[in-house]
Design a protein around this ligand. Sequence first.
Ligand code: ZN
Ligand code: FE
Length: 253
Amino acid sequence: MLDVTLVPCLSDNYAYVLRDPATGECAVVDPSEAGPVLAALAAMGARPTMVLNTHHHFDHVGGNEALAGAFPGLRVVAHASDQGRVPGQTEAVSDGDRVTLGATALRVLHVPGHTLGAVTYATDDAAFTGDTLFLGGCGRLFEGDPAMMYASLRRIADTLDPATRIYCGHEYTANNLRFVASLDPRDGEVADALADAERLRASEQPTVPKSLRDELRLNPFLRCDEPALAAALGVTGDPVAVFTALRERRNSW
Ligand code: ZN
Ligand code: FE
C-alpha cells in the first residue's frame, strides 16, 4: 500500500508526500507552498525525486521552484497541455501514461473540467484528484464545461476500484456535506458523514482520505443518474443536465 503523508498548506490545501514502500522513493503531490512541504520532508528524512502536479493553479504549484532548487534533478510532472503554465515543469504526461515511483506505478487520468489540463494520479489503492473530485463535492468549472467535467468525474468513478483512498486538493468536506444535507435533510447517512467531518475538524484532524466507495454513496456529483436527485433539484433530463443544475446550485449556495 502506498504510504501517504498529508501536508496542510495555505488555508485549506493539502500537499502529499508519497513513499513507495518497496524502495523508499518519494514524491510530492501539489506542493502549494514550499515551507510546510520542506518541513514534512525533513521530518521524514525524505528526498523526493519528483513533483506531481494535478493542475496549474497557484495553490497547487506554488512550491515547485523552491523544491526544485532544494533537490537538484527533481522531476516536475504535469499534463502536456499545462506546459508553460506549471512552474519548473520537466515532464509532460497524457491520459493513460504511467509514472513510476520505485515499485509503484501511478496511472495518469486526464480529467478536464476544473481546468483543461487537470489530471488524477492513481495507484491500485490511492488517487490524487486535485480540484476535480473533492470529498462530498467537485471543483468549479474554470476552463471546462459541464459535460466535460461530468465525464471526468464518471471516468474517475468508473475506472478506480471502490476501495481506492481519495486524496483531494482541499479540506472542503464539512462544507460540501452541509450542502449535500441541504438537498435532502432526511438523509441519515449524509447527516452521519457530516457529523464525522465536523468532529474531525473541531479537533483539527483531516477528513481526507475517504474511499471512493463512500463517495459513490454520498457525493451528489457522482449520483447525477439517480432519479431522486433529479427530482430534488426539479430537473428533467440526462445526467449532464442534473450535473449542470447541481453545480449551479452549489455555486450560489
Ligand atoms: Zn484549482
Ligand atoms: Fe485549488
